[in-house]
Design a protein around this ligand. Structure first.
Ligand code: NAD
Length: 233
């Protein structure tokens, strides 16, 4: 672990699984209850906004009821103590990294606790339901949607992510299946810059073959151990 200064971390639903938030593709995953085309695309929202709003109203309630676990806390400690560059890119829409105390966090797929006005483009922290089409606090239009990047939409802040990968010494992927692009391609992007790559996941993922090293186990155990290791190095 010599010469590591800049770190990019990618987190997925697996880091929040032990906080009680279901992942998408597990046996009991979210997508078992509903089809992605019905709730997580712009077409679905146009076709049946109430169904989509209800789905995300429920996600919001679950997120607020969940608590960060040892993996979130370990990354927050790393964020506080790491002197080099650090970017935690999360695919998660929950705020558990922030509630654990992490600051250098980027939500590439949006946030459950944010509402986006499609009339005036304002974003608002949102903890209540959206299914009754409440007015936008800024412009009054009943045009709020979940501030979530749906399938077919462009993830947020991609330039920033690729810039960070370009100057990283280490890329770490935690609790993600490697099934959803562009995030699934970050490991190859990192390799193209000769960045070391490490995967921490419960089981081998679709992307495991691309990593220099894969460690298998629950995030609540693997992440604190890795953080100890990197801070001690
Ligand atoms: P995914 O469901 O496709 O994969 C989760 C991965 O985590 C799997 O490889 C699984 O083996 C692993 N995993 C499960 N439990 C784990 C644990 N305790 N410790 C370590 N690893 C564990 O999720 P993904 O890769 O994040 O899929 C991408 C999409 O899922 C994203 O768009 C993301 O926005 C969305 N999502 C977010 C949340 C959330 O915000 N908490 C929840 C579900 C899905």
């Amino acid at each position: 672990m010599d010469h590591i200064r800049n770190i990019v971390i990618l987190t997925g639903a697996g880091i929040s699984a032990e906080s009680g938030l279901r992942t998408f593709r597990a046996e009991d995953g979210l997508w078992e209850d509903c089809r992605v085309e019905d709730v997580a695309t712009p077409q679905a929202f146009r076709r049946d906004p109430e169904l989509v709003q209800r789905f995300y109203d429920e996600r919001r309630i679950n997120v607020m009821a969940a608590e960060p676990n040892a993996a979130h806390h370990a990354l927050a400690r790393l964020d506080a103590e790491w002197k080099g560059k650090l970017l935690i890119v999360t695919q998660n829409i929950d705020d558990l990294h922030e509630r654990a105390g992490a600051r250098r966090v980027l939500h590439m797929h949006g946030e459950a606790l944010s509402a986006w006005c499609t009339a005036c483009d304002a974003r608002h922290r949102w903890t209540g339901p959206l299914r009754d089409a409440p007015p936008c606090p800024a412009c009054g239009a009943a045009a709020l949607r979940p501030d979530i990047v749906w399938f077919g939409e462009m993830p947020y802040r991609m330039d920033e992510i690729y810039r960070a990968l370009g100057v990283a010494d280490l890329f770490v992927s935690i609790g993600t299946s490697g099934a959803v692009y562009p995030a699934a391609g970050f490991v190859q992007e990192a390799r193209s810059h000769r960045v070391r790559t490490l995967e921490l996941n419960l089981e081998r993922s679709q992307g495991s073959q691309w990593f220099d090293e894969t460690r298998l186990g629950p995030a609540s155990e693997l992440v604190p151990r890795w953080v100890e290791e990197i801070l001690a190095a």
